[in-house]
Design a binder for this molecule. Structure first.
Ligand SMILES: Nc1nc2c(ncn2[C@@H]2O[C@H](COP(=O)(O)OP(=O)(O)O)[C@@H](O)[C@H]2O)c(=O)[nH]1
Ligand SMILES: [Mg+2]
Length: 314
C-alpha cells in the first residue's frame, strides 16, 4: 500500500504526495505505521536538494519574492515546492497561504507544488512533522523546497533548524529600522534580501542594503550576503538565484549541517512523543488524579517533582 504511494510519488503524482503528507501528519495508530514505512523508503533514497527558509515581517514581500525566485528555478530546470510554516503555533491556520497566495506564476507551473494548508501540528511537534513533509517532497523530486515563515517573533530560530539556508527579508522604510531587527534573527540568517527596490522606494532600498552590508558582511571576506530585489519589476534576482543554485551543488556541506539539525530534532521529537504518551495513557489517569489532589497542600512545582519521581525510576 505504501509502496504504491511511493511509486506514484516518484512519478510526481500530486494526489499521492498529498496522501503521504496526510499520513505523516495523522495521529491515528494505523497511519503511524504507514508513516514509518514511508519514512523508511524516503531514507533509502538519495536526493539532491536545497531547503530554503524565507523569513521577515508580514507584508515584507515574502510570497511575492518566492513567486519570482521559484519561477526562476523552474526556468533553469528545477522543481520547486513551497510550504508555509508557523512553528510557534500548534494549530497553524491554512488561510494565509490559501486565500491570497501571491504566487500566481508558481501556482500555475506544473513543476511547482504549493502546499495548500500548513501543518496541523496535532499532538505537538510541528517542526518535526515539517521535516518529514520536506522529506516527502524531496522524495517526490522537488530539489528546491522553500519554507515561508508565517509566524511572527521567535519562529526564525525554529525554521533555522529545518533549512539549509535562511533568508531574511527586509523592507526599506518599514519602520523596522536596522537597530530594531532582533540580533537573534541576524545571527541565524545566512542571506539578507532588501525587498521592493522599485519606484519611490528604490533609493531607500539601496540605502538599506548598504546599511545591512555594514552589519552582516564580514570585512575580512569578499562575500556579499546582501541582495536588493524588486518582485514587481523582477530585478536583482539573478544574484540570489545563482547563490542558491551554488549552494544546491554543494551537497556535502548540506549533509553535514543536516546531521547536526537531526540531533536537535530528535530531542524535540522524543520530548513531544513522551508528552503525548503520558497524557494519552489510560493507566496514567488515576495517577494524575492522585497528584492533582495533592495540589491543595503542595505547590505545582513540588507536585510535579513528586510525580516525576513516581514514574521515572532512578
Ligand atoms: N512595490 C513593491 N511592492 C511589493 C513587492 N513585493 C511585494 N509587494 C507588495 O507588498 C505586499 C505584501 O506582499 P507579500 O508578498 O504578500 O508579503 P508577505 O506577507 O511577506 O508574504 C503586497 O501588497 C505586494 O503587492 C515589490 O517588489 N515591490
Ligand atoms: Mg506571504
Amino acid at each position: 500500500m505504501t509502496s504504491d504511494i511511493c511509486e506514484r510519488m516518484k512519478k510526481g503524482e500530486r494526489r499521492a504526495i498529498a496522501k503521504a503528507i496526510t499520513l505523516l501528519e495523522s495521529t491515528l495508530e494505523a497511519d503511524k505505521r504507514k508513516s514509518l514505512e514511508l519514512l523508511e523508503q524516503f531514507g533509502k533514497t538519495k536526493v539532491k536538494s536545497l531547503r530554503i527558509g524565507v523569513c521577515g515581517s508580514p507584508g515584507v514581500g515574502k510570497s511575492s519574492f518566492i513567486d519570482v525566485l521559484g519561477t526562476s528555478f523552474i526556468e533553469s530546470g528545477h522543481q520547486v515546492a513551497v510550504l508555509a510554516v508557523d512553528p510557534t503555533s500548534p494549530i497553524s491556520g491554512g488561510s494565509i497561504l490559501g486565500d491570497k497566495t501571491r504566487m500566481d506564476q508558481l501556482a500555475n507551473a506544473p513543476q511547482a507544488y504549493i502546499r495548500p494548508s500548513p501543518g496541523g501540528g496535532v499532538g505537538g511537534g510541528v517542526t518535526v512533522n515539517t521535516q518529514e513533509v520536506i522529506q516527502a517532497l524531496e522524495f517526490a523530486g522537488f530539489d528546491f523546497v522553500i519554507l515561508e515563515t508565517i509566524g511572527i517573533g521567535q519562529s526564525e530560530t525554529e525554521v533555522a533548524t529545518l533549512v539549509d539556508t535562511l533568508l531574511f527579508l527586509h523592507q526599506p522604510e518599514s519602520g523596522d529600522d536596522l537597530q530594531a531587527i532582533k540580533k537573534g534573527i541576524i545571527e541565524v540568517s545566512d542571506l539578507f534580501v532588501v525587498t521592493k527596490a522599485d519606484g519611490m522606494l528604490k533609493t531607500a532600498a539601496e540605502f538599506a542594503a548598504q546599511q545591512l552590508r555594514s552589519v552582516v558582511n564580514d570585512p575580512h571576506q569578499k562575500i556579499d550576503r546582501v541582495f536588493c530585489i524588486s518582485s514587481t519589476e523582477k530585478t536583482g534576482f539573478q544574484a540570489v538565484h545563482d547563490n542558491l543554485v551554488g549552494l544546491l551543488a554543494n551537497q556535502t556541506a548540506i549533509k553535514s549541517k543536516r546531521t547536526q539539525q537531526e540531533k536537535s530534532l530528535l530531542l524535540t521529537r522524543i520530548a513531544n512523543d513522551f508528552r503525548s504518551k503520558l497524557i494519552n495513557d489510560p493507566t496514567m489517569k488515576p495517577l494524575f488524579k492522585k497528584y492533582e489532589d495533592k495540589l491543595s497542600k503542595t505547590s505545582i512545582r513540588q507536585t510535579s517533582e513528586e510525580f516525576l519521581k513516581a514514574i521515572i525510576k532512578p
